[in-house]
Design a protein around this ligand. Structure first.
Ligand code: TYM
Length: 332
């Protein structure tokens, strides 16, 4: 009998992914894929809450799948699929909408942020985004959800919605637990190290994109903003710039924070910046090449998506069936 716990996570195929997404999500998933029954989706339904170019969205959807594979996420072990291929996501979202209050959605930090940045397009989807995310997770009865710090509030919402449904009807959904990295749950902007590195940053030197070439990566690290003083120690509170660089270097060079501090004792910020840039480029160079190779093999990518969608739809369908029954939808 399979006793592995179920794990769910997803990334939106929007803009260019950053090393924040790599550290906070994909590289963590890699470590978890052997120990959990994993579902990883390409969240294209979340993506349209901000206006997307249709051709680009299609391209980025496949690009993100190719990236998952290039990073080493194994489709033999994990279910990889595109969110819109499993209609149960939208269906459960609709049910959960009736258990979610407008006031709580209005209070979501990311909603407030995005509404301010896209004032001309504060649509219902943008507000409903956390409910769709709850539907994603709850459909698979996921016990564990590895995400970065910025998704903590959304995950709390998913837990609340699950408890609310279970209380209103009867135990139906597993209440998921978030899994947050001790180091790397929030990679910060290289130009503004108090702020999260994001796909849509204003200063392109602040974010390192997975698509950046080696020279660009190293240049961005060389320009990274550091702190006063000269000691290389991990102290996010007082030395956010240096601590961010230590985090990035430790993840990409596969060394502990303590090892990094020892390696750079008595050395200057410039050396840490260069080492971090080189470590990132060393990891990303082969990934980009492998992603490009995979993107030429549409037949393989489609076969992964087809079997992923079939498997995901089976699991999701079982949950949705139970939900429809409990809420009183007449079944034939
Ligand atoms: P998205 O696409 O914004 O980000 C994908 C993942 O990357 C993490 N992340 C970071 N981690 C560390 N440092 C950063 N600077 C950084 N930036 C992003 C995010 O926390 C996330 O884990 N709503 C989600 C996608 C989603 C989802 C889900 C996740 C849809 N359904 C169900 C979990 C479960 C999102 O927009 O992530």
């Amino acid at each position: 009998m399979d006793e592995k716990k179920t794990l769910y996570s997803a990334i939106q195929p929007t803009n260019n992914l950053t090393i924040g997404n790599y550290v906070g999500a994909i590289s963590n998933w890699l470590k978890l894929q052997d120990d959990y029954d994993c579902y990883f989706s390409v969240a294209n339904m979340h993506a349209i809450t901000v206006r997307q170019d249709p051709a680009e969205l299609r391209k980025k959807t496949l690009g993100l799948l190719a990236l998952y594979l290039a990073c080493g996420i194994d489709p033999q072990k994990c279910c990889l699929y595109v969110q819109s291929h499993v209609p149960a996501h939208a269906e459960l979202c609709w049910v959960l909408n009736s258990l979610t209050y407008v006031g709580e959605m209005e209070r979501m930090t990311q909603f407030k942020d995005k509404a301010a940045r896209h004032a001309e397009n504060v649509n219902m989807g943008l507000m409903d985004y956390p409910v769709l995310m709850a539907a994603d997770i709850l459909l698979y009865q996921a016990q564990v959800v590895p995400v970065g710090e910025d998704q903590r509030q959304h995950l709390e919402m998913a837990r609340d919605i699950a408890r609310r449904f279970n209380g209103a009807y009867s135990p139906t959904f597993t209440v998921p637990e978030g899994l947050f990295l001790k180091v790397g749950a929030k990679i910060n902007d290289l130009q503004d190290p108090q702020k999260k590195m994001s796909k849509s940053c204003e200063n392109p030197n602040g974010s390192v994109f997975l698509s950046d070439d080696r020279d660009t990566i190293i240049r961005k690290f060389k320009r990274a903003v550091t702190d006063s003083g000269s000691e290389i120690i991990y102290d996010p509170e007082n030395k956010p710039g240096v601590s961010n660089l230590i985090t990035v270097y430790s993840v990409f060079a596969k060394k502990s924070v303590k090892e990094v501090e020892a390696e750079f004792a008595g050395k200057g910020y410039g050396e840490l910046k260069l080492a971090a840039g080189e470590a990132v480029a060393d990891v990303l160079d082969p990934l980009r090449a492998e992603q490009a190779r995979l993107l030429k093999d549409a037949e393989y990518l489609n076969s992964v998506l087809k079997s992923g969608a079939e498997r995901a739809a089976r699991t999701a369908g079982r949950t949705l069936f139970k939900v429809y029954k409990k809420i009183g939808f007449y079944q034939i």
